[in-house]
Ligand binder design. Sequence first.
Ligand code: G4P
Length: 529
Amino acid sequence: MDFLSEIERRRTFGIISHPDAGKTTLTEKLLLYGGAIQEAGAVKSNKVKKGATSDFMEIERQRGISVATSVLAFIYRDKKINILDTPGHKDFAEDTFRTLTAVDSVIVVIDVAKGVEEQTQKLVEVCRLRSIPILVFINKLDREGKDAFDLMDEVEIKLGLTVTPLTFPIGMGYDFKGIYNIWEKNLELFNSDDKQKISKKIKYGSIDDQKLKLSIGSKQLKQLKEDIELITGVYPKFDREKYLSGSLQPVFFGSALNNFGVQELLDCFIKIAPKPRPKISDTRIIYPKEVEFTGFVFKIHANMDPKHRDRLAFIKIVSGKFERNTSYLHVRQNKRLKFSSPNAFFAEKKQIVDISFPGDIVGLHDTGNFKIGDTLTTGEKINFKGIPSFSPEHFRYINNIDPMKAKQLEKGIDQLMDEGVAQLFILNINNRKVIGTVGALQFEVIQYRLLHEYGAKCNFENLNVYKACWISIEKSKNNEVEEFKRVKQKFLAKDNKEQLVFLADSDFTLQMTKNKYPSIKFYFTSEYK
Ligand code: G4P
């Protein structure tokens, strides 16, 4: 197959949802349809399960699993599908935001009974801001839930989307009879007998098929006809261009657990979802079909085996071919690197590949060269944009409690920060290190990993910080800036890119500071330019 056809057939996407809506189940069923697994239950959940173990030990266990589930690839009807895993736990939201920089589209899973939940709202907002094409899957129709029309209203209002259903349920819960496929104008009846394997579906040619009345009864048939009429009158007609530009979102209904509505979703997905998209760099837009290779690191997994300092950097290929044993430029370090064993992912297995194409993810063994956001090219000096840091929610001083291990602690902190576990700020006034995290859980993870992977002991000390604010300064107002730096010196720090950050102790202080120094702008994200 030639280079352009290889690009054409790739679909790289992420599935996002609030925990428990059915992301893992849907992922697994997609793999089942792709023939990548034979039985459901093969994909391990990467979510933090409540129960016997503490949340934290669970995260360690899950870290092992998530290397295997970081990328799940399979072939379906000639398309190469790459599903990028996104952690559902809110303490790891930043990890998910970063993964979203590497997807070309997303599928949002919503629980029919719970509707739009908090975590979904945050993640969809990130996708919307980046105009990522979104497809909505409303799950668990085999259970009682909200009315389908009410739910679509909720999706529009709470997620700020414009939806159009491409499938529609007939009944739900006990009365769930099946799915009408608006997209293909046929209908499939529900049969919940075999949850684990793909069961044969009864298909009807059209809504007027005589046999249909016998199957669902005249009452539900009448209701279905009314619903379809309403849909045709109220919702916009599906328009692929609008979907691709992020201004229209198709909705599907089904039950992932029962393999229902999943094939409709997948069949439609491969027809409408985008092939690898261009990406903006600091100098120009890079197109997948360009001959020269470019890619960027969106995830790093470190020290899975404590005996070896092994790190796997996940690279999304943006353009050109990535080839084994070829020298590439690490732009930030201005250094050329060669990779003798790049990993590709297939279902849940890793394997060494000679050649990968735009849209693919390769895992590169790394000895400490990479940071999240780094760009790799054949030679061009560009940097991809769009992997911002967001202000953490929790801040603590980190202290060394074993003076003999100061070096190990330093190294451990640096590497964990490269991996994106948390953010490090160094206070200007006394060089003390402050760790910022999204959730309180990460402090436990950091302490544990520093001890077990680097032999370093640390403790944390509370610090009253509300938000970290990145700063832009109007150069002409030098006096004002000097005064700000002098008055607020106790609260100024540098992030890992040496950018100046103001650690505001409350919303009130932040507002007061903004009013007092109008020429200084404050942002909750590092990428405000
Ligand atoms: P997540 O990755 O989004 O967190 O969700 P996951 O797929 O793990 O699903 C959460 C729970 O919802 C699981 O039940 C799963 O079996 C169930 N579920 C998923 N899809 C459907 C569906 O279509 N219908 C129904 N009725 N349930 C569904 P659990 O009891 O929490 O876990 P498990 O013991 O079944 O693994």
